[in-house]
Design a protein around this ligand. Structure first.
Ligand code: MG
Length: 342
């Protein structure tokens, strides 16, 4: 991994930004024995634990597509950039090794110390909470007026043990962590009016602004050998469950009455509630399957687990996912993860 944040032939604004990042990382205090060399050389050096393999994921966060500067506090933008990558590691049961951030800022944003510090606060607080060091990256002036952030996450897991989308079998039960639809609900109110966001608010109450990657759950599911398949719900239940079904070559039935609906949807209309729970996305909860003869606890790593349906045999010409309503009526659940900032 090309590792920068070092002094090349750069403009003063960029230098100041890099200095700011380096200073903040130095004091953020995440020390990983696996990270032999972090920011400061041409490359970072990582030594994964013996018997482990390395997992890699990258995620773009683009202004106007994934966030809006007039709606999302800078701290939330930084948090979400890292959370998306960590959630992918959680989905496969990996332990984070290091994060690499490539950041392009428009000139006025790079010079806005309040925004930059807020962004770094959000990113580094989550990094510290999850024990992942920011080990390098790159900065550049954005050619347009949009903030562009690309995060690369490296994680590790014992060879051959990572959770996969493939592996679900007919007869397995279907589970999800936490509650669904909260991120969609919060995004909708955010679009109506910007967040009145107090710095000290409880993050669990902000599933969109501050989603919590389920690293502990993913790690335990892998350690206990509990999950036959797993994915993180970034695009919404309907879309991500379809991914599991496709990879595992099975079909699924979801029971509406069993879905853990976020308390943030209490006052929403039934249609809005259904849309957010089934298609909302960005909740970053885990969706996993487990053999019916395995006892799955109600909570894991402090997070609630709910059985929401089952895996069935895939039949030719039949929809991959069926939704069973409270009155037993069945209808196809088509993947419909929505475009978030339309
Ligand atoms: Mg994912």
């Amino acid at each position: 991994v090309k590792q920068r944040f070092t002094h090349g032939a750069m403009k003063t604004g960029e230098l100041a930004l890099i200095e700011r990042i380096r200073r903040r990382v130095k004091t953020s205090g995440v020390k990983e024995p696996e990270l032999r060399l972090g920011i400061g050389d041409d490359c970072a050096i990582l030594q994964p634990p013996a018997g482990h393999e390395v997992l890699v994921t990258t995620d773009f966060s683009l202004e106007a597509r994934h966030f809006r500067r007039d709606r999302h506090p800078a701290r939330s933008v930084g948090h979400r950039v890292l959370a998306r990558g960590l959630s992918d590691l959680a989905a496969m049961g990996a332990e984070p090794l290091a994060a690499f951030l490539s950041l392009a800022l428009p000139k006025d944003v790079a010079g806005d110390a309040v925004w930059v510090d807020g962004f770094l606060d959000g990113l580094l607080e989550l990094a510290e909470a999850c024990g992942v060091p920011l080990a390098g990256g790159d900065t550049s002036e954005s050619p347009g007026d949009a903030v562009l952030a690309d995060i690369t996450l490296l994680g590790s897991a014992p060879i051959g043990t990572s959770l996969r989308r493939a592996g679900a079998r007919a007869g397995d039960l279907l589970y999800c962590t936490g509650a669904l639809g909260g991120a969609g609900a919060e995004l909708e109110s955010l679009m109506q009016k910007p967040a009145q966001f107090a710095e000290a608010t409880v993050q669990e109450k902000h599933p969109h602004l501050f989603p919590q990657p389920r690293l502990g759950v993913g790690w335990l599911l892998r350690e206990l050998g509990l999950a036959s398949a797993c994915i993180d719900m970034s695009d919404g239940l309907s879309t991500d469950l379809a991914h599991v079904c496709a990879a595992s070559e099975v079909a699924a039935e979801v029971e509406w009455g069993k879905l853990p609906v976020s308390p943030l949807l209490r006052r929403s209309s039934p249609a809005a509630r259904e849309r957010a729970v089934l298609h909302g996305g960005e909740d970053y909860e885990l969706l996993f399957t487990a053999s019916a003869d395995r006892r799955v606890p109600r909570r894991l790593a402090g997070v609630s687990l709910n059985c929401i349906g089952k895996i069935v045999v895939k039949k030719r010409g039949q929809p991959k996912v069926m939704l069973v309503d409270a009155d037993g009526k069945r209808r196809p659940l088509e993947p419909a993860g929505w475009e978030h900032l339309r």
